[in-house]
Design a protein around this ligand. Sequence first.
Ligand code: GTP
Length: 302
Amino acid sequence: MLNTPEGYRSGFVALVGRPNVGKSTLLNKLVGQKVAIMSDKPQTTRHKIHSVLTRNDAQMVFLDTPGIHKPRHKLGEYMVDVALGALKEVDVALFLVEASEAPGPGDQYIAEQLKGIKTPVFLMLNKVDLIQREAVLERILQYKDLLPFAEVIPVSALAGENVERLIDTIIKYLPEGPQYYPADMVTDRPERFIMAEIIREKVLHLTSEEIPHSVAVVVEQIKERNNGVVAVSAVIYTERDSQKAILIGKGGNMLKEVGRRSREEIENLLGSKVFLELWVKVKKDWRNKMTDIRNFGFTKED
Ligand SMILES: Nc1nc2c(ncn2[C@@H]2O[C@H](COP(=O)(O)OP(=O)(O)OP(=O)(O)O)[C@@H](O)[C@H]2O)c(=O)[nH]1
């Protein structure tokens, strides 16, 4: 835990809503910078952190929950269960809906699922920039029929309208608690693991048989700088000094090449310029260490 002044509040917030209602746009606005987005892989973990918003008085951790939709098969049912499980455990659930449309079957289904939980649910009427002011109230009333809401907040995620008010309101619902994550940590999306895989693949490819497949790569930090460049630092763990020497290569040439190829691919993945810093370390028992690293505060498991 980091410094936690008295009266500090912290907690977990889940965002739900049918596709295209603006969840990603809102999250990006909330955390104040672009969080790299990539195609959503089905997720089974309950507490996959999407992004973290840190203020002097509070910290909010926004969670990725697998989509809530009407299940069409067994796996779908499981995913919905997981999503609902996560919703019960957060401090606030934000139910995002489209201001320009009446509640549809997708919204009704989600509302139905939310009925059973004790977590306070905020109705977030998004895209209010698309409708007349008078229409906002009517739309809210339609939704209020579906579910009792703890708060109703019309927003425009795109324009950032009312987002500050949303943040202030969320904080009122958070318990007193510690700052869980460093203030400069914004996101811990699966990119971390994909980047590590990209680097590992380049290592194996360029060193052919000389480096065993057991080589491990840990992406330690991903930070978006003000100029839009994403700075990534990663460690390649080998088990022997001789392997480290091969990996670094003559005059550092091998490591440079691994870095260059990895950087290009990561830039494609993120769609932004990347500054990649690579380190090689020898760790005889890295397999055990990996477990430590995974357990270290970044993913909050049950
Ligand atoms: N006019 C307007 N458009 C918005 C607003 N918020 C989001 N959009 C647009 O709505 C579209 C969908 O937004 P996303 O943030 O990708 O929606 P999402 O809910 O994350 O979508 P999925 O990833 O499919 O679940 C994009 O074209 C956004 O630019 C808003 O407040 N006003």
